[in-house]
Design a protein around this ligand. Structure first.
Ligand code: FPP
Ligand code: MG
Length: 326
């Protein structure tokens, strides 16, 4: 599971479709009030979620490419809205190597642009005239908000458990990734078994993806990530490596190391100390092994389902979740 797959290479079979999806988004947001969204949409981004809609849908003898591209555009719009809103919630300064949306245009415009994006995405989905994509994304949005809310509620809770953390990331990240796979499968008329398996792939892949994201918050290169590091920890968001670290420390060590967090008075030096301890104690490695288990489960879902078309691409995606640097 170790050779680094480049995401653009992994998604090469659907490159033309992904380019069409970006054009579709910009077309859908041509109202002058929404044009600033292009600032984020054209700043890069992995296109992972629309990629999964397309991969899961471009199967069978005559896939409905237009519907799939529209659904892929809708999920990327939802994802973009979550990033705009999340950066306000997290007081983030940078996204995709650019000032975060709210830093450039202020929180009022950022909240409302995010709302506009959600509504536009659902309008696009409604025009597909199929119940499943709408139902799936409505449920996903409920889960996304629940996960983000739970995360805010859990801030600075130094006793946060692994199970609680998994509950949060399942909702705030994995649910959307699973929903993308299900929407694609549903639009291609996949059997309930394949639809379930692809959804399970997405859920496990999403768990691995978010655990790695949280590890990168401690160790990543801000230039490659396009956002600041140690930012989650600075806001009191305790992630898996920190949960494992807390379990390995004695009560006294824990008190000393986490005192700045307890006082809600972290600074770069105290944050760096915690990150170094997570590394040195093996907690970071332990979290990465957990991510590997989720990625392996994701791969097994595809192997067991015998998903026709793009089977290799799914396997490479699961590897990418573990070794990505951005
Ligand atoms: C990023 O996590 C945040 C998310 C994946 C989910 C954000 C969800 C919302 C803002 C609620 C959505 C509301 C509706 C109506 C659907 P992170 O902060 O760990 O990642 P980051 O480091 O990239 O910011
Ligand atoms: Mg954030």
């Amino acid at each position: 599971m170790r050779d680094t797959p480049d995401l653009a290479l992994v998604l090469r079979p659907i490159r033309a479709d992904l380019a069409a999806v970006v054009r579709r988004i910009l077309q859908e947001l041509r109202d002058p009030v929404a044009r600033r969204v292009a600032y984020l949409v054209t700043a890069g981004g992995k296109r992972l979620r629309p990629g999964l809609v397309l991969l899961s849908g471009l199967r069978g003898p005559s896939p409905d490419r237009r519907a799939l591209r529209d659904a892929a555009a809708a999920v990327e719009m939802i994802h973009t809205a979550t990033l705009i809103h999340d950066d306000i919630v997290d007081s983030a300064t940078t996204r995709r190597q650019r000032p975060a949306f709210h830093r450039r245009w202020g929180a009022e415009r950022a909240v409302l642009t995010g709302d506009y994006l959600y509504a536009s995405a659902f309008s696009l989905l409604a025009r597909l005239r199929q119940a499943d994509p709408l139902r799936i994304m409505a449920d996903v949005c409920q889960q996304l908000s629940r996960g983000e809310l739970l995360e805010v509620e859990a801030r600075y809770r130094l006793d946060l458990s692994e199970a609680e953390y998994f509950d949060i990331i399942r909702d705030k990240t994995a649910s959307l990734i699973a929903g993308c796979c299900q929407i694609g499968a549903s639009l291609s008329g996949a059997s309930p078994r394949i639809l379930r398996r692809l959804g399970e792939f997405g859920l496990n892949f999403g768990m691995a993806f978010q655990i790695v994201d949280d590890c990168l918050d401690l160790t990543g290169d801000p230039r490659r990530l396009g956002k600041s590091i140690l930012a989650d920890l600075d806001k009191g968001a305790l992630s898996l490596p920190i949960i494992y670290l807390a379990q390995t420390l004695s009560l006294r060590q824990r008190r000393t190391l986490f005192e700045p967090l307890r006082r809600r008075a972290t600074d770069p030096a105290s944050l760096a100390k915690i990150a170094t301890a997570a590394h040195a104690s093996g907690s970071l490695g332990q979290a990465m092994r957990r991510a590997e288990q989720f990625a392996e489960r994701a791969q097994a879902c595809i192997a067991q389902a015998g998903v026709d078309g793009f089977g290799q691409t799914y396997q490479e995606l699961a590897r990418y979740a573990l070794v990505r640097g951005e």
